[in-house]
Design a binder for this molecule. Structure first.
Ligand code: KIV
Length: 274
């Protein structure tokens, strides 16, 4: 795939244009400057997801992730990127209490990181918050379906959209968030026909981004470490595009063997006297 030549950083509105033009939106997560620098050339947006709690820190869920953690990693991702839109997840507890709480924390994220948008989880019940933020200059990406921050109320990481009632709820969630002004909505872990119905709903202006959803979405996202083969266990929707764990293990084993055998460092890795 060729790299995209771009002179300025993409913005939230560019994703809506991509949808109108029928050009697929490419996205991956990144939490570090170096990986962000690699994906920047190929992605329209890079998500600093709160999945970093599980992927980087080995947490059981995303619930313990703090605003400070998100800001720190978003700053690193901003340093590593120059063209992609950077979207930062609002962690659990940073936006649910009130529209005002959501605005103050979202504004802090945008000010302290320079990122172009925030993402928050939840459907119709957050429509008012989405409208409050967008009216005040905060571009919002929604996230519906399997919303990991609701793991305790969902009874686990469960695929959504089974049954007519659930389908109606999800379709209403997507419309509510889009009508409230979200420029994009992540559809995560939703049964295919329901996700397809949302992605092709002409009433939805927001660009739909699928993860475990449908190819009919306007774009797709995966967690970088999952698709590179670094994660221990991955959901069904992840396609493996690499096996970095095996490569890293091979390199670490070779290093350990060479240190043990006295073959590393060799003369070329030491400093001769002047
Ligand atoms: O936190 C995250 O990585 C996400 C993606 C799975 C969409 O929200």
């Amino acid at each position: 795939m060729s790299q995209v030549v771009q002179t300025r950083r993409l913005q939230a509105v560019d994703l809506i244009k991509r949808k109108a033009e029928g050009r697929k939106i490419i996205a991956l997560t990144a939490y570090h400057a170096h990986t962000a620098g690699i994906v920047d050339a190929y992605c329209d947006f890079v998500l600093v997801g709160d999945s970093l709690g599980m992927v980087m820190h080995g947490m059981e869920s995303t619930l313990p992730v703090t605003l400070e953690m998100m800001i720190l990693q978003a700053q690193a991702v901003m340093r590593g990127t120059s063209r992609a839109l950077v979207v930062v997840d609002m962690p659990f507890g940073s936006y649910e209490a009130s529209r005002e709480q959501a605005f103050l924390n979202a504004a802090r994220v945008l000010k302290e990181t320079g990122a172009g948008a925030i993402k928050l989880e939840g459907g119709a019940r957050f429509a008012e918050t989405v409208a409050f933020l967008t009216e005040r200059g905060v571009p919002v990406m929604g996230h519906i379906g399997l919303t990991p921050q609701s793991v305790n109320t969902m009874g686990g990481f469960k695929v959504q959209g089974h049954g007519a009632g659930d389908e109606d709820r999800l379709r209403a969630d997507a419309r509510a968030i889009s009508d409230a002004g979200a420029f994009s909505i992540v559809l995560e872990g939703i049964v295919e026909p329901v996700a397809r119905a949302i992605a092709t709903d002409p009433a939805i202006r927001a660009a739909t981004i699928g993860i475990g959803a449908t190819a009919a979405c306007d774009g797709q996202i995966l967690v970088l470490e999952d698709m590179l083969g670094l994660s221990d266990r991955v959901p069904r929707f992840v396609k493996s595009y690499g096996s970095l764990r095996a490569h890293i293990e091979e390199a670490v084993r070779a290093y350990a063997d060479e240190v043990q055998a006295g073959r590393f460092p060799a003369e070329g890795h030491t400093y001769p006297p002047r």
